[in-house]
Design a protein around this ligand. Sequence first.
Ligand SMILES: Nc1nc2c(ncn2[C@@H]2O[C@H](COP(=O)(O)OP(=O)(O)OP(=O)(O)O)[C@@H](O)[C@H]2O)c(=O)[nH]1
Ligand SMILES: [Mg+2]
Length: 298
Amino acid sequence: MLNEGHCGYVAIIGRPNVGKSTLLNYFLGQKLSITSRKPQTTRHSLLGIKTKNNNQIIYIDTPGLHQRMHNAMNRYLNRAAINSIDGVDVIVWLVEALQWTDEDNYVLKALAKSSIPTILAVNKVDRVSDKNVLLPYLKKVTAKYNFIEVFPISALKEQNLEQLETKIVTLLPKGILLFPEEQITDRSEKFLCAEIVREKLVRRLGAELPYRLTVQIEHFKNYRNVNHISALIWVETEGQKGIIIGKKGQVLKSVGKEAREDMETWLDHKVYLQLWVKVKQGWCDSERALQQLGYSEY
Ligand SMILES: Nc1nc2c(ncn2[C@@H]2O[C@H](COP(=O)(O)OP(=O)(O)OP(=O)(O)O)[C@@H](O)[C@H]2O)c(=O)[nH]1
Ligand SMILES: [Mg+2]
């Protein structure tokens, strides 16, 4: 009989912008989850499944836990993150080197109710030029919770990540694979294409607008080996719509080009992409609109 490997769920949690999705993408060896410099980029929990050497690590990328409860969207994000912790085998909690904010305390409070083995990953250590200041910081954060281990890492510069993953695997129960070996996520191609469009918009637009838009795939069809995809970009006001379209349609055009290129890489097919901008007033603060636009837990 084949030796059973380790197999289980690992939630990657932390406040917004600490590098959770960057870490997930590194572990998977490909870009699955969207990333940006702006907080609250991830809005949906998603699985990233890694099967290697008879082991299967089912990572869950989660929206950043935060305290700004302005609207229904903010509440949804926190709910999605908290629910993701439920029943996992291991938690990897990310913080940023030399920082400890109120939102980190908020995560700490959320964890206090769980008895799940938790690793603290102190990310972005590449930014710390004076390594002498890191040691007292690590000592301080280690004392904050009953961590299994604390790892200083850089998800971007790929430092100490193999060691982190080796530790994660040892904490997973032994068992048979839960997903087929070749499966890397639970999310559909349609979902990932909507996320790609949103990433390009978030990266391109100013501070507030990314929080006021969402993307919905209207059509997704393969016809004669070309994927015909049309996406709706929902915003709250006519003014926002104007900004996204840009002068002579320039903004929308370049967002469309970048998104199409990423989709072609991901789908390994030619893509014909159409983008439309539409206004739905107050969608961010309407539970009903959120559900219609795909913000419902799964
Ligand atoms: N210097 C440095 N930057 C990093 C590192 N890891 C992530 N970043 C950057 O931090 C920013 C946020 O990264 P994300 O992976 O989107 O962060 P996140 O925690 O998923 O954020 P949300 O989805 O908004 O909660 C991006 O600009 C990343 O390139 C790191 O190790 N070092
Ligand atoms: Mg993220």
